[in-house]
Design a binder for this molecule. Structure first.
Ligand SMILES: [Zn+2]
Length: 444
C-alpha cells in the first residue's frame, strides 16, 4: 500500500466494536487503515486523546438562502464543526424560499456548496401546498421530509393537518424516504395560549405552561398511527419527555417504523433555567421540569432514544428580545456545544458516537459511508482532549449572533481537531479549516 495522507497515532479510538488504543490512517478522504503499520505524509501524536467519528447533526436550521441575517451556511457550519459535527441535515422551513420543490432545493444546495465547511443533507418540506412536489424533491436528493403538526413560526411553511400529513406519508413511503415530524397538538396549544393572553400572562412560566407534555404526546400518537397505516418511516424530532418516548416505544412494539430524536438542551436545562436564562433558552417543545431532564438522561443511557440532534435554531437578536415571552423567537442556538454538552450530561464516548453517528447514518441511508471509524468510510473524525475542560464564552461563539443558553457552561472535554473527509474543518488552534462540504444523498 502507498503512503497514507495522515496517520493519527495512539489515540483512544471509538470503533464500531469498542474503544481501543490504536492508529487510524487516512487517504483520499477515507479511512484507509486501522491499527496497521503504515507511513504517512503527516503524523499526529494523539496519545491521551480520544478519536471519535464526526457527529451527524440531523437537525439544524441555517436559514440560507433568504434569511442569512439569521445565520447562514458559513457561520452555521463552522459552529457545527467546532461542536463536533462533520455532517448536518438542514431543515426546510426557515430559508426563503422554503425547501418545497426542486427549484428551492437547488437554491439551497448552491448556497451550501458555496460556504459549508461540513457535509450536508437537505430536508424537503411537507406542507398543504406542495404535496405534488415530493417526488421532485426526492429526485433532487432530499434526505427525507419534514412536517409540522403545530405552527412552524414561519408563515411560508404551513403546518400539516392530519390529511396533509397522511398524504405526505403515503408518498414518502413509496419514495422510500423518512418523514420527520415536529409533534405538538396545535388545537390544545392554541387554546392554552389564548387563555394565557386573555389573562394578561406573558412570562416565561406562562409560555412553558402553554405547551404541556400532553400536547406533545397526543401529537406523537397521531403521527405514529399515521405512520403505521401508511407504512412510512417516521422520525419524531426533539422529543422532550419520557411520556413521549413511551408513546414511541408502544408504537415500535406494534411494528411502526418510528425513531426518536432528543436534543442536548433537554438533557442540560430545566424550567428554572428557562426562567433564569430567558429568551436564549426558549424552544418548542419547551425544556421541562428537572425530574423530566434527569429521566431523559437515564432513558438515553437505557436506549430509549435513537438519535441526538441539536435543533440549532438561530434568529437575529431583535427577535430574542421583549417583554412578551410568547412573541420571542423559539429556538436554541446550540450547534457549537453539541458533543461537549453530551459529555457534560454524563454520556460516554461510545454512546455519543452511536447516537450522533452510527444510528443517524443507519436511519438516513448513509451506512457504510459515515457515522463510524472503519476502513472505507469517510474520514469524518473528531480529536478530543478528555483531560481539558472548556468554558463556553460569548466571545468564543462562532454563530452569526452570539446568543446561546450554553454561555457560561463548562464542558468536561475540549474538541481539538475536526476533519471532514480528511480535510480540517476546524481546529482549536487555528480555527477555520479548508474543508468544503458536499451534498449527501440517502442510498437508494
Ligand atoms: Zn428544528
Amino acid at each position: 500500500m502507498s503512503d497514507a495522507d495522515l496517520i493519527i497515532r495512539g489515540a483512544t479510538v471509538c470503533l464500531p466494536n469498542g474503544i481501543t488504543e490504536t492508529d487510524v490512517a487516512v487517504a483520499d478522504g477515507k479511512v484507509c487503515a486501522v491499527g496497521e503499520e503504515l507511513s504517512a505524509k503527516h503524523t499526529i501524536d494523539a496519545r491521551g486523546l480520544l478519536l471519535m467519528p464526526g457527529a451527524i447533526d440531523a437537525h439544524v436550521h441555517y436559514n440560507e438562502p433568504g434569511r442569512t441575517d439569521w445565520e447562514g451556511w458559513a457561520t452555521g457550519s463552522l459552529a457545527s464543526a467546532a461542536g463536533g459535527a462533520t455532517c448536518v441535515f438542514e431543515m426546510p422551513l426557515n430559508a426563503h424560499p422554503p425547501t418545497l420543490d426542486a427549484e428551492s432545493f437547488a437554491l439551497k444546495r448552491a448556497a451550501a456548496e458555496a460556504s459549508s465547511v461540513v457535509d450536508f443533507g437537505l430536508w424537503g418540506g411537507i406542507t398543504p401546498v406542495n404535496l405534488d412536489k415530493l417526488s421532485e424533491l426526492a429526485a433532487s436528493g432530499v434526505i427525507g421530509f419534514k412536517a409540522f403538526m403545530s405552527s412552524s413560526g414561519t408563515p411560508d411553511f404551513e403546518r400539516s393537518d392530519l390529511q396533509t400529513l397522511r398524504a405526505g406519508m403515503k408518498q414518502a413511503a413509496q419514495l422510500g424516504l423518512p418523514v420527520s415530524v415536529h409533534a405538538e397538538n396545535e388545537v390544545l396549544i392554541a387554546s392554552l395560549v389564548a387563555e394565557a393572553k386573555a389573562a394578561g400572562k406573558a412570562g416565561a412560566r406562562d409560555y412553558l405552561a402553554s405547551r404541556p407534555i400532553a400536547a406533545e404526546v397526543a401529537a406523537i400518537r397521531e403521527a405514529c398511527d399515521l405512520a403505521g397505516e401508511t407504512g412510512c418511516k417516521l422520525h419524531i424530532v426533539h422529543v422532550s419527555c419520557g411520556e413521549g418516548l413511551d408513546a414511541i416505544a408502544e408504537a415500535k412494539k406494534r411494528g411502526v417504523d418510528v425513531t426518536a430524536e432528543t436534543c442536548p438542551h433537554y438533557l442540560t436545562f430545566n424550567e428554572d433555567d428557562v426562567v433564569r436564562l430567558g429568551a436564549p433558552a426558549k424552544c418548542a417543545p419547551p425544556v421541562r421540569a428537572e425530574t423530566v431532564r434527569a429521566d431523559m438522561i437515564a432513558r438515553v443511557r437505557r436506549g430509549d432514544v435513537d438519535t441526538l440532534g441539536t435543533d440549532h435554531s438561530p434568529c437575529p437578536p431583535s427577535m430574542k428580545q421583549g417583554d412578551d415571552f410568547f412573541a420571542i423567537w423559539g429556538g436554541i442556538m446550540g450547534a457549537q456545544q453539541f458533543v461537549g454538552s453530551l459529555f457534560a450530561a454524563g454520556l460516554d464516548g461510545a454512546l455519543i458516537a452511536k447516537l450522533t453517528g452510527t444510528s443517524v447514518a443507519q436511519r438516513f441511508g448513509l451506512e457504510k459511508r459515515k457515522g463510524a471509524i472503519a476502513v472505507g468510510y469517510d474520514a469524518d473524525l473528531l480529536l478530543i482532549d478528555p483531560r481539558q475542560s472548556h468554558l463556553a464564552t460569548e466571545a468564543g461563539l462562532l454563530t452569526r449572533h452570539r446568543i446561546s443558553p450554553y454561555v457560561g457552561s463548562v464542558f468536561p472535554v475540549t474538541i481539538s481537531t475536526v476533519w471532514v473527509r480528511g480535510q480540517t474543518a476546524w481546529s482549536s488552534e487555528s480555527g477555520l479549516g479548508p474543508s468544503r462540504g458536499r451534498l449527501v444523498r440517502p442510498a437508494a
